[in-house]
Design a protein around this ligand. Structure first.
Ligand SMILES: *[C@@H]1O[C@H](CO)[C@@H](O)[C@H](O)[C@H]1NC(C)=O
Ligand SMILES: *[C@@H]1O[C@H](CO)[C@@H](O)[C@H](O)[C@H]1NC(C)=O
Length: 275
């Protein structure tokens, strides 16, 4: 079975120039050939992808000025492929969705809670703060240009000080993974000890995500990496020639990711699809 998959991949590779559809064009990961489906293209640098697992919808932002000074939030329903613009958030930048489907959007002047039925967003917390990233798990977390905060009942308190965190995720064992210009770090929720993973000379971080099994993935400029917690290390999951801007997962745990041009879904190629 494995051999067959690899053989058909070799055939497909040789036929590269004549390939016109999206089938059989993805990377080989752990001996499985994947197909990269384009979910959406035509938006500039889709960033900060986050999934609402209650509706199979992915939220992300994209750049609206070539100067890179402004962002806008949108959502794409993965079941219908319908795109919706979210107009109420100034500079909507980062997104997170709690397990019960509450959507929060971090922008230049605070964190908004999004009413997905009526497509309305209202300021929720961190009013007036330029929010760098938001993350939802049991509670809402966010960073500004200095600290990470945890929000309980709408009230923020300092959580990781002096960290300038750009990306954050929490896995199923309460490991907090976070990235800043110095690198990628891990910290247990109730411990002060910080484990260092990778410095940013080795890879350039663009996003962090935990899949449905609790495995942590890193979007970087040269591909997607997977975290190995036992070795406190990262290994390449698959290489790309384009910068990867964000990563998340759908309800079936298929990887969803973006580069500067498009948002993609990665799925195992079906048996016989490539013959
Ligand atoms: C880009 O930045 C320059 C200088 O800050 C400004 O004058 C110009 O209007 C900006 N362009 C856009 C498309 O935002
Ligand atoms: C990044 O985080 C690490 C670990 O918390 C911290 O030691 C370092 O100072 C941070 N880097 C910056 C630029 O704040």
């Amino acid at each position: 079975m494995k051999l067959l998959t690899i053989m058909s991949w070799v055939l497909v590779t040789n036929a590269d120039v004549t390939r016109i559809d999206t089938v059989c064009n993805g990377p080989v990961i752990n001996d499985v050939l994947y197909t990269e489906e384009i979910l959406l293209s035509g938006l500039d640098r889709p960033y900060f992808l986050s999934t609402d697992y209650t509706t199979n919808t992915v939220y992300f932002s994209y750049s609206i000025y070539s100067n890179d000074t402004a962002f806008k939030s949108v959502k794409i329903d993965l079941n219908t492929k319908q795109l919706t613009y979210i107009n109420d958030v100034k500079n909507g930048f980062s997104h997170c969705v709690s397990a019960n489907g509450d959507v929060f959007i971090g922008g230049r002047d605070g964190i908004y809670k999004y009413d997905k039925v009526n497509n309305i967003a209202k300021i929720y917390t961190a009013k007036g703060v330029n929010v760098w990233t938001v993350f939802c798990k049991d509670d809402l977390y966010y960073s500004d240009s200095t600290n990470v905060y945890k929000v309980v009942d709408g009230k923020p308190s300092k959580f990781i000080e002096a960290s300038k965190v750009k990306f954050l995720t929490i896995d199923n064992d309460d490991n907090i993974f976070y990235g800043n210009v110095s690198g990628l770090f891990r910290k247990k929720k109730d411990s002060k000890d910080i484990v260092f993973y990778k410095d940013t000379n080795a890879i350039t971080l663009d996003g962090l995500a935990t899949d449905l099994n609790g495995v942590v993935y890193v979007a970087a400029t040269d591909g997607i990496y997977v975290v190995n917690k036992l070795k406190n290390d990262l290994k390449i999951y698959f290489k790309t020639t384009n910068d990867i801007f964000g990563v998340t997962f759908d309800v079936e745990n298929n990887m969803i990711y973006s580069d500067e041009l498009a948002v993609y879904k990665l799925r195992p190629t079906k048996y016989d699809e490539c013959n």
